[in-house]
Write a protein of this length. Structure first.
Length: 267
């Protein structure tokens, strides 16, 4: 630990590791089937599916698809387009690195839902500017700015947060299966989107962004309401919080007729 994190007091981290080790009690790594069958991790699985699905369904690849036409309309010479595209890629890398510095300050949940909100606004405005890009000379420049804003929000939010999320919300015995599920979900959805996207563009044109805006808004609301904040919490604490959400019971007190004993029922 000192070799990884440097000198200092790492007692709290060691205690978290020992507590997690005690919680799993030497259990072997679970399979993907075990991950689906175990109701105790059902909310973690739903949360991981929601966040990983957004990686492909929020429109990041669609923005890259439209970027070339937007740059041409903005007056950038075709010979220089590849430099601008390189700048877009570098922007995503730099913002992902920036996420590493912000994630412990702002928190995972905050970065996710706020990034999704900004991305939804950027896509909404981009839909408008793409529809009006032949009307005014300055509109294509707005489209270029919106593309960079969208890419920056993607790097600061989901691109950086999703890497660590399976580690934080699953205990050690479930992590290998969670990573397998996350990777399979990601690539399957990318495959489906690659098949359907050309037909979506043919039917809707620039208004295809409306689908991704809906996904972003729904994801932001669900993450804000249901995803627990993992900042500053051990894996055991996060697991207990998910269990509380899963097994929370509503109790009410009733008094039976002709009885003096007050009873509490849980549903």
């Amino acid at each position: 630990v000192k070799q990884l994190w440097g000198d200092g007091d790492h007692t709290a981290e060691i205690d978290d590791m020992m507590a997690e080790q005690e919680a799993i009690r030497g259990e072997k790594a679970k399979s993907v089937c075990d991950l689906f069958r175990d109701k105790a991790v059902r909310w973690q699985l739903i949360t991981l599916f929601l966040v990983s699905s957004c990686m492909q369904l929020i429109g990041i690849n669609v923005v890259y698809f439209y970027a070339y036409n937007v740059f041409i309309k903005a007056g950038i010479p075709p010979a220089q387009i590849h430099y601008v595209s390189l700048g877009v890629g570098i922007t995503e890398i730099l913002t992902t690195v920036l996420c590493g510095f912000l994630i412990e300050r702002a928190g995972r949940k905050t970065l996710l839902w706020k990034s999704y909100t900004v991305m939804a606004l950027a896509l909404g405005l981009l839909t408008v500017t793409l529809s009006l890009q032949d009307s005014f000379f300055w509109v294509p420049y707005c489209s270029v700015a919106l593309i960079f804003i969208f890419i920056m929000s993607f790097g600061i939010g989901p691109a950086g947060v999703l890497c660590s999320l399976p580690t934080e919300i699953f205990i050690q015995s479930y992590r290998p299966a969670a990573y397998v599920f996350n990777g399979a979900t990601n690539w399957i959805q990318l495959f489906i989107l690659g098949l359907l996207f050309p037909f979506i563009v043919m039917l809707l044109g620039p208004f295809c962004f409306l689908i991704f805006i809906a996904v972003l808004v729904i994801s932001a609301v669900l993450i804000y309401l249901f995803l627990p904040e993992t900042k500053g919490k051990s894996t055991s604490e996060i697991t207990e919080e998910f269990k509380t959400r899963r097994f929370k019971k509503k109790c009410h007190q009733t008094v039976e007729k002709n009885a003096t004993e007050e009873k509490t029922f849980c549903t």
